[in-house]
Design a protein around this ligand. Sequence first.
Ligand code: NAI
Ligand code: MG
Length: 481
Amino acid sequence: MALRTGKLLINNEWYEAQSGKYFDVINPATEEKLGSVAEADAADVNAAVKAARRAFEEGPWKTMSARERGRILHRIAMLIDKHKEELAELETLNNGKPINETLGADLPLTIECFEYYAGLADKIHGETIPVNGNFLNYTLREPAGVVAQIIPWNFPLLMAAWKLGPALATGCTVVLKPAEQTPFTALRLGELLLEAGLPQGVVNILPGFGPTAGAALAMHPDVDKVAFTGSTEVGKLIMGMAAKSNLKRVSLELGGKAPNVVFADADLDAAVAGTLRGIFFNQGEVCCAGSRLFVEESVRDSFLEKLKKEAESLVVGDPLDRKTQMGAQVSDEQFQKILGYIEKGKAEGAKVLAGGERARDKGYFIKPTVFDCPSDDLTIIKEEIFGPVVSALSFKDMDDLKARANKTIYGLSAGVWSRDIGKAHRLARDIKAGTVWVNCYNCFDAASPFGGYKQSGFGRELGEYALELYTQVKSVWVSLD
Ligand code: NAI
Ligand code: MG
C-alpha cells in the first residue's frame, strides 16, 4: 500500500512544519508504517494561533450571519457523507477499529454531529431580564474566541466533530491538535472543510505530540479556551498550564471506570449483549466503557457463564474484514499497557474466565477478556485499563451496591440492567456519573450531553449544553430615563 503523507493546515494552506520534521504513523493491525505527517511544535502553534486570531477578529466569520455559518456546517456534513466509505477505511487503517464500527458508528455520528450544530447555529441568543429600576437589561451570547482543541486517538474523526461542531456554530475559531497516533482522518477532514468554503484561518489543524504542540497550545497567551479529551493525568497538566498562562477557560473529558450493574430481575440475555457492547466496542478503548461489572449474587454464576461463552465467540481479526467484531489496539504502548494490567489482575488473584492474552502473532490484538474478581481492591477494579478487559464482581443488595459503584475517582458513565423501573431510576439518580444507560449501553446522539463527574472532567459536550463551553455571556444595561 502506498505510504500517505500529511501536512499542517494553517490559514487554509498546507505547510510543512517550520522545523521540517515529520513523524511516522503506524497501522496497528499490521505494525507497518501507514505514512508520515509533518510534526508541529511551538513555532507552528504560534503561526496557527495568529491565523485563528486574525480570522476571529477581522475575518468574514465574524460578520457572517449565524445562518450562513450553519449552511457551511451543513456543507461539511454533506461532504463527509459523500466521502464516508473512504473516511471509514482511513480511520480503520489508522486506528485499528473494525470497518463495521467505523461505517456503522463513527461516520454516522460524525455526520449527525455537524448536522446538529448546523441547525443550532442560528438559534443561539441571549435573553431580556426583568431588573429593578427603569432599565432594559439583556444578555448577548458571544463566541469564546480562539479555541484550542486537543483530542485523542480512540475516535479520531468523531472527537474532531464533537469539538468543531459547537465551536463553529458559536463563531469561534479553532486550532485543532489530533492525537499523534491517528492524525489522518482529521487531515482529510481539513481538506473537506476547505471544500465546504470555511473562511481562511477559521480551523487550523496541527498534528504533533502532546508535550510540544499540545503544551504550546495550552500555554499560549492568545488562546481564549482549551478543550481537551484524553487522560486524567494530562487533563490536570492542561488545567495547570491554563492557570499559569492566561487563565484561559478549560473543559476536560477524561478517563472513566464505569460500573455496569446487572440485577437478578433483568432480561439477562439483553444484559449479556449490552455488557459485551459496553466493554468490547472499539476494543475497550472507550472512556465510558463498562469496565466494572457488578452482578447480583443470585444470578452471578449463570450470567458469567453466558458472558464467557459470548466473549469467546467474538471475532477478533483484520479490521478491514466486515466479519471482524474486534480489531487491534491503537499502539504498541496501549497494547503493552493492557497486557500489563492483565498480568497484574492474574497476580492479584483475579480468575481469567475468557481471553487474558494477546490474539494473533502480528498486530496489537488482544482477546476479549473477562476477569472474575475476588475483591474491590484489585488494581484492575480501580484503574482505567482502556482495553478489552471487564472485571466482574458480585453484590448482595442495593445498599451494598450503591457505595461500591460510586467508589471510584471517576464519574463518566454507568449502566443499569433491571426490569424494575423504580429501582433502575433510583440507581440512575444515585450514581455519580455524567451518563447513565438503563437497559442499554454506549448509546450516543449529538443532541444528548456527555461529560464527567469527579476526575472524569467537567463541562458537557454535545447538545445545547456544549454551547456553554464556546460562548460567553455579556449583560447590557440600558437606562430608560
Ligand atoms: P494522552 O492524554 O496523553 O493524550 C491525549 C491527547 O493529549 C493527545 O492529543 C496528546 O498528544 C495530548 N497530550 C499528551 N500530553 C500532553 C501535554 N503534556 N500537553 C498537552 N497535550 C498533551 O493519552 P495517551 O497517553 O494517549 O493514553 C493514556 C491513557 O489515557 C489511556 O490508556 C487511557 O486510559 C486514557 N485516555 C482517555 C481518553 C478518553 O477518551 N477520555 C482518550 C485517550 C486516552
Ligand atoms: Mg500520554
